[in-house]
Design a protein around this ligand. Structure first.
Ligand code: ADP
Ligand SMILES: N[C@@H](CCOP(=O)(O)O)C(=O)O
Length: 336
C-alpha cells in the first residue's frame, strides 16, 4: 500500500490544470513503493491522452527536494530518459498538496525487469554511463546523504542489534572503507551526480527497450564508480533462496561493465577501486536495511527489506571482490 495521503480528484485536477497538463480524466493510487504517496494520473490535452505520476513526498522536505527534482529536469533536458518534473507558469517544479511537497512527472512506459538478462544489464550499463557524462554539467550539488559520514554515524546505532560475527564484519568493513576513502586513488575517482539506488525496481523496460531510470530520491554527488557498484550488486547477482544468494553472475556483470566502458572507460583509479566499491555498495544497503529493520522511523509506513541479503552480498564481496574485479575488467576489455 503506498497511498498515505488521499488526494481528491478535484485537488489533483486543479494541480494538473495549473501545470498546463490538460484535463484530468483518471486518478489511480499506485500500490508499489514504500516511501511516498504515488498516483497515476491521465489527462487529455488537445484531444490527446497523457500519463503522469503525481507524488506526494512523505519523508523528504521542501528544502531537500529541489536538488532531486532539478537533477531529473536537467538530465531529461540532456536526453537521458528520466521522468521530467512539470513546471507551473512561474517555472516552479516543486508543488504542494495538503501542505506536503509534491511533484508531477511523466509516466515511463513499461515495467521493471526483476529477472534481468545480459541484454538488460548491457542497456543499464550503457545508460548509466550516459547519465554520468550528462550529469557533469549539473550545477547544484548535494552529498550522497547515505554515504560514508552516514555509515560512520549509523553503524554505532545498529551495533547493539547485531550478533557477534555481524558486529565484527560491520566494524571491520567500516574501518576498511574509511581507510580507502583516505587514500589518493579514492580522491582521484571521477565524481558527479549519481542515482545511488539504481536497483532493478527503479528502471523501466518496454519490450526489451530501456525506457527510463526513476526514483532519484537517494541521488547525490558521489563517485561514478560507487553508482556502478550499486548496480552490479543488484542487477548482476543471484537472488536465490539458498547459499548462492548474493553470488555474482559473471555474464551479466561483464555485459554491464563492457557497455558502461564503451561509453565512459573506467580510469586507472576506478579499476583499482572496483573491489572496494563493490564492498561499499554492499555495506551501504546492508546498513540502511538494518537501520530500517531495527529502528523503524514510522512502523506503519515502511516495509523494511531483508537486511540478511546484503550481509551475504558483503561477505561474498569481502571474499571474492578482488579476484572478481580482476576477471571482470579483463573480460570487459576483451568484450568492449
Ligand atoms: N515516472 C514513473 N513512471 C512509471 N511508473 C512510475 C514512475 N514513478 C513511479 N512509478 C511506479 O510507482 C511505483 C512506486 O514508485 P517509487 O518511486 O519506487 O516509490 P517509493 O519512493 O515510495 O518507493 C514504482 O514501482 C513504479 O511502478
Ligand atoms: N533499494 C533499496 C531501498 C530503497 O527504497 P526504494 O523503494 O525507494 O527504492 C534497498 O533495496 O534496500
Amino acid at each position: 500500500m503506498a497511498v498515505y495521503t488521499e488526494v481528491a480528484f478535484g485537488e489533483a485536477a486543479a494541480l494538473l490544470h495549473r501545470l498546463s497538463l490538460g484535463d484530468l480524466t483518471e486518478l489511480r493510487g499506485i500500490q508499489g513503493g514504500i516511501e511516498n504517496t504515488n498516483y497515476f494520473a491521465t489527462t487529455v490535452r488537445d484531444g490527446v491522452a497523457h500519463e503522469h505520476v503525481l507524488t506526494v513526498f512523505e519523508r523528504l522536505s521542501f528544502e531537500q527536494l529541489p536538488y532531486y527534482l532539478h537533477l531529473m529536469k536537467y538530465l531529461a533536458g540532456q536526453g537521458i530518459p528520466v521522468p521530467e518534473p512539470a513546471a507551473d507558469e512561474r517555472g516552479e517544479i516543486l508543488h504542494s498538496v495538503q501542505g506536503k511537497p509534491a511533484a508531477v512527472v511523466n509516466k515511463l512506459r513499461g515495467h521493471s525487469e526483476l529477472a534481468p538478462t545480459e541484454a538488460h544489464c548491457r542497456a543499464v550499463g550503457d545508460m548509466l554511463a550516459r547519465m554520468h557524462l550528462a550529469g557533469r554539467g549539473f550545477e547544484m550539488s548535494q552529498p550522497n546523504l547515505r554515504g560514508l559520514p552516514w555509515w560512520n554515524e549509523t553503524v554505532p546505532v545498529v551495533l547493539p542489534h547485531l550478533g557477534e560475527s555481524q558486529a565484527a564484519l560491520i566494524r571491520t568493513e567500516l574501518a576498511y572503507q574509511n581507510h580507502v576513502a583516505a587514500g589518493s586513488a579514492y580522491t582521484a575517482l571521477p565524481r558527479g551526480p549519481v542515482h545511488a539506488d539504481l536497483f532493478r525496481d527503479n528502471v523501466m523496460f518496454d519490450d526489451g527497450e530501456l525506457t527510463g531510470f526513476f526514483d532519484f530520491y537517494f541521488a547525490g554527488n558521489d563517485s561514478f564508480l560507487f553508482d556502478l557498484a550499486v548496480c552490479l550488486n543488484d542487477w548482476c547477482i543471484l537472488h536465490a533462496a539458498d547459499e548462492r544468494d548474493g553470488q555474482h553472475d559473471a555474464g551479466r556483470a561483464r555485459a554491464m561493465i563492457a557497455a558502461y566502458q564503451a561509453v565512459r572507460p573506467l580510469s586507472m583509479a576506478e579499476r583499482q577501486l572496483l573491489p572496494a566499491m563493490l564492498r561499499a555498495g554492499a555495506l551501504r544497503f546492508w546498513l540502511s536495511r538494518l537501520w530500517d529493520w531495527h529502528l523503524p522511523r514510522d512502523a506503519s509506513m515502511l516495509k523494511p527489506h531483508d537486511p540478511t541479503h546484503f550481509e551475504r552480498v558483503l561477505r561474498e564481496r569481502v571474499r571474492h571482490a578482488q579476484a572478481l574485479s580482476a576477471s571482470l575488467l579483463e573480460e570487459a576489455c576483451v568484450a568492449a
